[in-house]
Structures are given as C-alpha cells and as structure tokens.
Write a protein that binds this ligand. Structure first.
Ligand code: SAM
Length: 357
C-alpha cells in the first residue's frame, strides 16, 4: 500500500470516533433495555406521567440507587425525558408504545433480548470462526427463542393478515372457506397463531426441529384458545408431514436451514397442486453493497451469530445468510422444483415471495 494511503485524515478520524461513541452507547445500553423490560420499569412508566427514581423504585419493588442510574442512562439515550426542575423522568407516549406495550406493532424490547443472547453466546461463535463448525439454533441461550418471538410477533400482527396474505393470489378466499396450512420453522408459533385466529374455518400445523420451541408453541396455542385447529410437531423442514396443504408458510426461517433446496423439494411434495408457498424472509437487496444500511447492519449481525451458524450445523450447510436477496432465494426454490416465483410485497424489514408449482 502506498504511504499516502495510510495518511490519517483527522476530520475523518473525528467523524469515526463520534460514530464509535454512538455505537458503544447503544451497545451498552442494550443491556439496560433488557433490564428495564424484565423488571417492568418501562411498564411502570407507561402512563407517561413524570416520576422520580424513588417513586419508580417503589412501584417496581426495586432499589432507588440502581433505578436512578438506569433512568439517567435512559435519559441520555433519548428513551425517557428528564426534567431537572422536579428531578423527574417521563416516558413519552411514542417510547411507551415501543417499550412498554407488548401488543403494539412498534414493540422493540425483543430485539434487545436477542442482543443479550448473542452476547451470552459470543465465546462459542468466536470459536466457530476458527473451526468452521456450525452452532445450532437449539444451542443458543433461551433468550434468543423468547426474544425472537417477542421481536417478530408485532410485525406479524401488523402484516400477515392485513397485507401479506392478501398479496398472494386467491389465498385469503381459500383460508376463509377453510384451508389446510403448514407453518415450517414456526419457532414459538406466533405466526401460526396469528393466522389461526383470523381464519376460524382453516386448520394449521406448525413444525420446527427445535423441541423446546414446539412445546412453547403448544402452550401458546392453548392460551390463545386455538388448539382445536392448531397442531405443533417436532420436525425438520425436509421431514414434516400431513400434506397436501393449500398454503405452506415459512417465516424468517428458510435462510436458517442447512438444506433450503431440499426443504423446497419437500414443500413441493407436501403442497396441493394448486397450492401456494409463502416465503417470508428478511428484507434484502441482491447486491451486498445495496444492503449496507441500518437494516442490513442488523441483519448481517444476526446472520453472523445466529442464522449462518445454524445452517452450517445442519446437513448440506448451504449458509444462505439472512441477506440472500430475492434473486438468490428464487434460485433456491426453483432448484427445489418450483417454477413460479414472484415478489408479492415487502416491508422495510421483510420480503414476501409467492412461490407456486
Ligand atoms: C429466526 S427463527 C424464526 C421462527 C419463527 N418462524 C418466527 O418467525 O418467529 C428460525 C427458526 O427456524 C428453525 N429451524 C432452523 N432450521 C430448521 C430446519 N432445518 N427445519 C425446521 N426448522 C428449522 C429454528 O428452530 C427457529 O425456530
């Protein structure tokens, strides 16, 4: 490298250091969001009224000195507002919606729970960089399973019934009349249950290779009162049975699989001849350079520590990554035997593909 290439531009260094402070503050504060969520600190401020640290501690059964420090970080983060006159802190309505209301479409603490799981599993992932071995979904800290459900459910509530299913040709009509639906790689079953609640004439089978997730999904279906029409089974994507299905769904799981081509061929075998496969994947463009943005940053991080290691832990180990992009995904499902692939709709976080025989 020529000497001039190593010359440090002081202004650009300052710019990077400013970015570093932002990033370090966000990364360290992630732990504090998890603490606030677990202890109910946000929920205790959901009335958006000013509160002192002592009052919040009293409300939540916690200790004032810890709560005061936590609130100070949250104020510096822009998550709560501070009024020096009264020494009070207030959760604004927008932050209350995002941090305290689990039913809101903007609820975000699940994402920070995923960050906590990633940090807890860091040593194993670092070692996998050296060995090239995989690290299965089931090997992660349980915060990953709960965090994923809590992070994804708001998006599923906001999108599956109002926009993703209606973007598929003729599928809503079938679901209303009574269809058979499979949800592959269903995790805790949030998507399966959202669909079951909306379409009482249809029946649903969720499956996932991770036994603990399937058990959690069964309990969730019981609580939601839909277990008469929703079954969950432990099965990998190349093994699940029960077809023919009118609709097969895979929500944010195809790229996690070791053998997504084999999974595609198996979906085709389990699908009715006029059936539809809905593939929901993280939003991505085809070229890496077009994914170098804040959403791509989040997904590449999760992909490095979660999705790619899981795929590498399974047979074939294709390791698509969470930013495969629509062209690569279409190629995978075509290799599995499907002939028609269409980008049905998208959000800033998700791509929705309609795949047909
Ligand atoms: C990112 S999570 C998504 C879970 C769920 N679909 C959701 O949206 O909440 C990926 C899921 O894929 C599952 N999975 C990974 N490999 C699989 C395979 N080969 N067959 C079935 N499920 C698999 C994992 O156990 C995990 O539950």
């Amino acid at each position: 490298m020529a000497a001039k290439d190593r010359t440090v531009d002081e202004a650009r260094l300052d710019e990077f250091m400013a970015k570093f402070v932002q990033d370090a503050g966000a990364a360290m504060s992630a732990v504090l969001v998890v603490i606030g969520d677990r202890l109910g600190l946000y929920r205790a401020m959901a009335d958006c009224e000013p509160v002192t640290a002592a009052q919040l501690a009293e409300r939540t059964g916690t200790k004032e000195r810890y709560v005061r420090e936590w609130l100070s970080n949250q104020a510096a983060s822009g998550y709560v507002e501070y009024d020096p006159a009264g020494g009070t802190f207030r959760l604004p309505p927008e932050q209350a919606m995002a941090l305290a209301d689990e039913s809101s479409p903007a609820f975000v603490p699940g994402a920070f729970q995923i960050v906590a799981a990633m940090a807890k599993d860091e040593a194993q992932i670092t070692e996998r960089f050296r060995t090239g071995d995989g690290f299965g979904w089931h090997e992660h800290h349980p915060d990953l399973f709960a965090g994923t459900e809590r992070f994804f459910r708001p998006g599923y509530l906001a999108n599956i019934v109002p926009s993703w299913l209606p973007a598929l040709d003729g599928v809503v009509e079938k679901l209303e009349a009574g269809a058979r639906v499979a949800d592959i790689g269903c995790g805790h079953g949030a998507s399966t249950i959202v669909m079951a609640q909306a379409f009482p004439n249809s029946t649903f089978v969720g499956s996932d290779y991770h036994e603990a997730s399937v058990e959690t999904a069964r309990r969730a279906a019981d609580r939601a009162g839909v277990s008469d029409r929703v079954a969950f089974e432990v099965a990998g994507a190349t093994e699940f049975g029960g077809g023919p299905f009118d609709l097969v769904c895979v929500y944010d799981a195809l790229h996690d699989m070791g053998d997504p081509v084999g999974a595609s061929a198996h979906v085709l075998a389990q699908l009715a001849p006029d059936g539809t496969w809905m593939v929901v994947e993280p939003f991505a463009n085809d070229a890496l350079e077009d994914n170098l943005n804040p959403v791509g940053r989040v997904y590449y991080a999760a992909s490095t520590c979660i999705c790619t290691p899981n795929s590498l832990s399974q047979d074939v180990g294709l390791a698509l990554g969470a930013q495969a992009g629509p062209a690569r995904l279409a190629d995978v499902v075509r290799q599995g035997g499907f002939t028609r692939v269409r980008e049905a709709t998208a959000t800033p976080f998700n791509l929705v593909l309609e795949v047909r025989p």
